[in-house]
Write a protein that binds this ligand. Structure first.
Ligand code: MG
Length: 156
C-alpha cells in the first residue's frame, strides 16, 4: 500500500466558471488558473502522484506549455489514475476537504463525489468530499480563494 497527500489553492475571480471535482458550481466568481483551475481535482491528482512518488501535476502538465492552456482538470486526474494503474496500483479510497467560505458546497457534495468517482473509475463509496469554512479567517475566509486537501491510498 502507498499513501499520498495533495494540496492546492486557486484565486477566486470574476468572469471564470467555478469547477469543483469536475462539477460546475453556480457562483458569482470562479477560480483563476492556466487550466480550468479545478482546485479539488488538482489536489486529488497530486495525492495520487505523491503516492506514486511521481512528483506533482506541475511536472506532468507544466503551466509554461501553451498547448496545455485551458486543459480540463479531469484529464489531469485521468492521467494520474492511469499512471497508478500502469504501475500496478488500484485506488483504495480518496478523502478530500474543500476549504471555502462560499458558495455552500453541501448541495453539490453528492454530484462532486459521483463526478470524481466517474473520472477515476471508482465506486462512489471510495470517494469522500467534505467542505469547511474557516470561520471568516484567512484568504479562504475572505473569499479570495479556495483551497483543497486530498489523501489517497493505493493498493498494489
Ligand atoms: Mg492547481
Amino acid at each position: 500500500m502507498r499513501v499520498g497527500f495533495g494540496y492546492d489553492v486557486h484565486v477566486l475571480t470574476e468572469g471564470r466558471k467555478l469547477l469543483l471535482g469536475g462539477v460546475e458550481i453556480p457562483h458569482n466568481r470562479g477560480l483563476l488558473g492556466h487550466s480550468d483551475a479545478d482546485v479539488l481535482l488538482h489536489a486529488i491528482s497530486d495525492a495520487i502522484l505523491g503516492a506514486l512518488s511521481e512528483g506533482d501535476i506541475g511536472l506532468h502538465f507544466p503551466d509554461t506549455d501553451p498547448t496545455l492552456r485551458g486543459i480540463e482538470s479531469r484529464k489531469i486526474l485521468a492521467h494520474a489514475v492511469g499512471l497508478a494503474g500502469a504501475k500496478g496500483y488500484a485506488i483504495a479510497n480518496i478523502d478530500t476537504t474543500i476549504v471555502c467560505q462560499e458558495p455552500k458546497i453541501s448541495p453539490f457534495r453528492k454530484a462532486i463525489v459521483d463526478s470524481i468517482a466517474t473520472i477515476a473509475s471508482l465506486s462512489p463509496d471510495r470517494v469522500s468530499v467534505k467542505a469547511k469554512t474557516t470561520e471568516g479567517l484567512g484568504f479562504a475566509g475572505r473569499g479570495e480563494g479556495i483551497a483543497a486537501y486530498a489523501v489517497c491510498l493505493l493498493e498494489g
